[in-house]
Write a protein that binds this ligand. Structure first.
Ligand code: CIR
Length: 311
């Protein structure tokens, strides 16, 4: 089966907040100066899930756990391309157990999908591959554009993790080539994950932050995807706020955009994103939803990290 683009999403998984979120989530912020407000975090999570529901017919919630403070950041536990899921080994030891509940939810989903008469028979298969040791990888380090997978090597993701994705997505299923971007350099070492500074608007238009890590990643993507002297197929939109470079996109069946979720409170970046959408064929019909994720930002989270989206 040849897939050339990200199709519209039919299914999403989100994960409830842990009761330990405000106290024990990993963060680069000083929690005593900027504590997380749990009530507000719950409210913002609901707004986020409502936004996803506007574009995805089935949204399933995986139960949170008191022992897993960061479990709402479900993106880090799994990478899904079309009907193939790789369960990760999250880079931080505190987060490693998060995969157990996600794997169970996906196994259940895989069984239900097999019976789904709304799907073509060959589309009912759903394959799940857990990552073995010594692989380490957070899903936040993986960007799938529709035709390429980019993997950031970071404090959380190692080369073995990237190689495992290549083995599964490229060698075994022929879905897309996997390109490695080493983030451990002076320009981007402060970046937690690759997708802190880049995400896709549509398959060939990427949003990057207008700062050193964003420019570094843009350069790497251009370099890795240049063929025989031609320019890379990717175009870039630079946003002034790093947090706004991480958007949720909801493709339509024509390769355009049905909708996009962006961070609230960053008006300059939102203006740039809205203008970029207008340059995409059919962009005038794209619905833009703004969600305030301030309490998740305090735990180094953004938008893509709180869901798994699949066709
Ligand atoms: C962590 O440090 O692992 C979490 N507090 C934040 C994870 C955010 N994940 C993501 O952006 N994919």
């Amino acid at each position: 089966m040849v897939h050339l683009r990200v199709p519209p999403y039919k299914q999403a998984f989100v994960r409830d907040l842990s009761n330990a979120f405000s106290q024990a989530a990993l963060t680069s912020y000083d929690n005593s100066i900027q504590p997380i407000d749990m009530e507000l975090a719950h409210h913002q999570h609901e707004q986020y899930v409502d936004a996803v529901r506007q574009f995805v017919p089935n949204v399933q919630t995986v139960a949170g756990s008191d022992n897993l403070a960061d479990c709402c950041f479900i993106e880090d536990t799994c990478v899904i391309i079309h009907n193939v899921a790789v369960i990760t080994r999250p880079g931080h030891p505190n987060r490693r157990e998060e995969v157990v509940g996600v794997k169970q939810a996906l196994e259940k989903y895989a069984l239900a999908r097999q019976e789904d008469e709304g799907r073509d028979v060959q589309d009912r298969e759903f394959h799940i591959h857990p990552m073995p040791e010594p692989c380490l990888l957070d899903g936040g380090d993986v960007l799938f554009t529709g035709s390429d997978v980019f993997v950031g090597l970071s404090k959380r993701t190692n080369r073995e993790g990237a190689e495992f994705l290549s083995k599964i997505f490229d060698a075994q299923y022929g879905l897309a080539p996997v390109h490695v971007i080493d983030l451990q350099n002076s320009a981007s070492a402060s970046t937690l994950h690759l997708k802190c500074v880049v995400s896709a608007l549509v398959d060939t238009v990427l949003v990057v932050s207008d700062d050193d890590p964003g420019r570094f990643v843009q350069g790497e993507i251009q370099r890795l995807t240049q063929v025989e002297g031609q320019d890379s197929k990717y175009k870039f939109v630079q946003v002034p706020d790093q947090i706004s470079s991480n958007i949720l996109r909801f493709p339509n069946a024509e390769g355009g955009l049905r909708g996009m979720v962006v961070q609230k409170r960053f008006p300059k970046s939102t203006e740039v994103l809205k203008a970029a959408v207008q340059t995409i064929p059919g962009g005038e019909d794209c619905k833009v939803v703004e969600v305030d994720m301030s309490q998740f930002i305090l735990a180094d989270g953004a938008l893509t990290c709180c869901s798994l989206l699949l066709a």
